[in-house]
Design a protein around this ligand. Structure first.
Ligand code: ATP
Ligand code: MG
Length: 574
C-alpha cells in the first residue's frame, strides 16, 4: 500500500481518553477511531491487523477440525427464554424490539443460537462430534467500557461451540481447543499463560482463561512459585494457617464511637484477623445477604455471587441498611435482628474460637463470639486469596499475584444448554440424550491490543510480524530526487510482485515526520532510502524492535529483508 493513498492519519498528541499505552497508540497511529463509548471504527491499518489475527485464529480452528459458520447477530428473545438467560444475563444484554414489538437481543454470545441450529440437524450420535465457530461482531453493554478495544461494548469475537455424545468426547473436544489456543497465541507473538477460571453466567464445569501477561491487565492472576497452579483471583483458592486463639465466653463490650473494624480492634486490643466484618449485599431478585468474613480479609464478590446463586450482587447503601433494621458499624451475627436476611460465613471462621463482632446495638460489640455456639450460619469460600498463602495444589509453594489480560476463554459447558433447550440426539440404543457441549471464545480486538500493550516503546508500537499491518515498510526520505524515486518505485513494485506485505511511504513530507510515523505505526522491518547512503549504492535496513540498523547494497535488499522476515516468523513457530 502507498502511504499517500492509505488513509493513514497519525496524531502527535497523547490521547486524553486513553489511560493505557496500547489504547493511546491505536488512536495515535490511526488504526481506530471512536464512534461512541466502547464503540470503535477500524481504519485501513487497524482492519489489516484485525484480519491477520482473525486469519491465524481461522487457520488454527480449521486445523483443530472446527467448521466456520456465520450466525445472525440479532437473536429472538424466545431462545434466551428457553435457556433462562433472558432473566439471568443481566444488564450487559442489549435488548431491542422490532416494529411489531417483538423482543430481540443483539448477540453478546451465541450458545442459544448454535444449540438451536444443531438440535435441528443432528439427531444421531453418528453425526457427532461437531464443532462450529464464527468470527463476528458482538455487543455487550459493559458497565465500564474502557481501554479501547480491550473492553468495548461492540467488539469482534471468535466463538466456537463443540457438541459431543458423551463426557469423554467433550473432554477431547476441549483439549483440542486448548491446543489450538496455545498455537494461536504463540503465533500472535504473545507472552501468555492459561489459568483456572470462574465459569460466570455462561455456567458449566471446567474453564480456563488465556492471559496475556501485562502489568496493566484488568485481571489478577494467582500463581504458585513451585508448581503449575495458576488461577484467576476470582476463583483462586489457597491453604491458610490461622493463628490459634483460645476460646472465651461471649461478652458484650462498649465500643463508643468505634465503627470500623480497625478502630474497634485497636480499641479492644485484638488482632483484626480475630474479628468478623459483616457485609450486606442484594442480588438481582432483591434478596439480601449478610456475608461474614475475617476483619483483615476482602470479600470475593464472584465467590459470593456463586455461593448465593446470584447473577449480580450490589452492596446495600446506608438507607437500605437502615430499612433492613440494621445498624451500620455494629452489624454482627449474634442476635441478628432480621430473619429474612441469610447470613453466610467464610469457611475460615469455622476455625476461629473467639471473634469480635458487632452487637447490633449502637456503641457495642461482642468479644469471644464463636460460630455454631453463639450463632449459626452456612459456611462457604468467600474470601480473596492473599499473596504468600500456600498453594492449594502442591500445598508447599507460596502464591504470588501477577496481572493479565484475558484474551481467550474455554469452557466445558456440559449439559447446561442442551438440557434447558431440550437439544438431544439418539444414542446407539436409540435413546434420546442431551449433547455434551463446550464453548470457546477469543477477543480478536483485545488480542491485537494486548499485543501492543506487551510490545511497545516510547516511540510507538513494536508489532509481532504475524499480526503487523504490514511486514515491511519502505521509507523514501528524498522524494525530490528522481533517482531515489525511481529506485523506490521499482523496489515497491518488485516487492508487490514477490507478494511481500509492504507499505511504501511515498509522501512528500519531511524526513523527521516520516521516521516518527514509521516508529509509531511499528512495522517490524524497515527500509530507509536516503541521499547520503544512496550515493554509495546503499540503503538502511532496520529492525523496529531492536532499532539495529544495517547498510545493505541497494540491489540486495529484497533478498535481505525476505531473510529477516523468515527469521522473525521462525520465532513464532508452533
Ligand atoms: P471479561 O471477564 O473480560 O468481561 P468475559 O469472561 O465476559 O470477559 P467471554 O464471555 O469469555 O468473556 O468472552 C470471550 C472473549 O471475548 C474474552 O476472552 C475476551 O477476549 C473477549 N471479550 C469479552 N468481553 C469483551 C469486551 N467487552 N471487549 C472486547 N473483548 C471482549
Ligand atoms: Mg464480560
Amino acid at each position: 500500500m502507498r502511504y499517500s493513498k492509505g488513509f493513514i492519519y497519525t496524531l502527535k498528541e497523547e490521547q486524553k481518553e486513553a489511560s493505557i499505552a496500547s489504547h493511546n497508540l491505536l488512536l495515535r497511529a490511526g488504526f481506530i477511531t471512536k464512534l461512541a463509548s466502547g464503540i470503535y471504527n477500524y481504519l485501513p491499518t487497524g482492519l489489516r491487523v484485525i484480519k491477520k489475527v482473525s486469519e491465524i485464529v481461522r487457520e488454527e480452528m480449521n486445523r483443530a477440525g472446527a467448521l466456520e459458520i456465520l450466525m445472525a447477530t440479532v437473536q429472538p428473545s424466545k431462545l434466551w427464554k428457553e435457556s433462562k438467560r433472558w432473566n439471568d444475563y443481566g444488564k450487559e444484554l442489549l435488548r431491542i424490539k422490532d416494529r411489531k414489538g417483538n423482543d430481540f437481543v443483539f448477540g453478546p454470545t451465541h450458545e442459544e443460537v448454535v444449540t438451536d441450529i444443531v438440535r435441528k440437524y443432528i439427531k444421531s450420535y453418528k453425526n457427532l462430534p461437531v464443532n462450529l465457530y464464527q468470527i463476528q461482531t458482538k455487543f455487550r453493554d459493559e458497565l465500564r467500557p474502557r481501554f479501547g478495544l480491550m473492553r468495548g461494548r461492540e467488539f469482534i469475537m471468535k466463538d466456537a461451540y463443540s457438541f459431543d455424545s458423551d463426557e469423554e468426547g467433550m473432554d477431547v473436544s476441549y483439549q483440542k481447543m486448548r491446543t489450538a489456543y496455545y498455537n494461536i497465541f504463540k503465533r500472535c507473538g504473545l507472552s501468555f499463560r492459561s489459568v483456572e477460571a470462574d465459569t460466570g453466567s455462561i455456567g458449566g464445569k471446567d474453564s480456563e482463561e488465556f492471559m496475556v501477561l501485562s502489568s496493566t491487565g484488568e485481571d489478577e492472576i494467582v500463581v504458585c512459585d513451585s508448581c503449575e497452579y495458576s488461577s484467576n483471583i476470582e476463583s483462586a483458592k489457597s491453604i491458610t494457617k490461622n493463628d490459634y486463639i483460645a476460646e472465651e465466653p461471649l461478652k458484650k463490650v462498649a465500643t463508643p464511637q468505634k465503627q470500623t473494624i480497625k478502630d474497634v480492634c485497636e480499641f479492644l486490643q485484638k488482632e483484626e484477623q480475630f474479628s468478623a466484618k459483616a457485609l450486606l449485599y442484594k442480588n438481582e431478585n432483591n434478596e439480601v445477604f449478610c456475608f461474614l468474613i475475617q476483619g483483615d480479609d476482602e470479600l470475593n464478590e464472584i465467590k459470593a455471587a456463586r455461593a448465593t446463586n446470584s447473577v449480580e450482587l450490589t452492596m446495600l447503601n446506608d438507607d437500605e441498611i437502615e430499612k433492613a433494621g440494621l445498624l451500620k458499624g455494629y452489624i454482627g451475627p449474634v442476635n441478628f435482628p432480621n430473619k429474612d436476611i441469610k447470613i453466610i460465613c467464610d469457611k475460615r471462621l469455622e476455625n476461629i474460637n473467639s471473634l469480635v463482632v458487632g452487637a447490633n446495638e449502637k456503641g457495642y460489640h461482642f468479644t469471644g463470639a464463636k460460630l455454631h455456639r453463639d450463632f449459626e450460619a452456612e459456611t462457604k469460600d468467600l474470601r480473596v486469596v492473599k499473596e504468600f498463602e500456600f498453594c492449594p495444589r502442591c500445598k508447599n509453594g507460596k502464591l504470588k499475584k501477577i496481572r493479565g489480560i484475558e484474551v481467550g476463554h474455554i469452557f466445558k459447558l456440559g449439559l447446561k444448554y442442551s438440557q434447558s433447550m431440550k437439544a438431544s440426539f439418539l444414542d446407539k440404543n436409540g435413546k434420546a440424550k442431551p449433547y455434551f457441549m463446550g464453548c470457546y471464545g477469543i477477543g480478536i480486538g483485545r488480542t491485537a491490543q494486548a499485543a501492543i500493550e506487551q510490545n511497545h516503546d516510547d516511540k510507538g508500537i513494536v508489532w509481532p510480524i504475524s499480526i503487523a499491518p504490514f511486514e515491511i515498510e519502505i521509507v523514501s526520505l528524498d522524494t525530490r530526487s528522481d533517482e531515489i524515486k525511481k529506485y523506490c518505485e521499482e523496489l515497491y513494485s518488485d516487492m508487490l510482485n514477490k507478494k511481500l506485505d509492504v507499505l511504501y511511504d511515498d509522501r512528500d513530507e519531511r524526513a523527521g515526520i516520516k521516521l516518527n510515523d514509521m516508529d509509531l505505526i511499528g512495522v517490524p522491518i524497515r527500509i530507509v532510502v536516503g541521499k547520503r547512503n544512496f550515493k554509495d549504492s546503499k540503503v538502511e535496513v532496520s529492525d523496529r524492535k531492536t532499532q539495529e540498523k544495517y547498510l545493505i547494497d541497494k540491489d540486495d535488499v529484497v533478498e535481505y529483508v525476505s531473510k529477516i522476515r523468515d527469521e522473525l516468523y521462525k520465532n513464532l513457530q508452533i
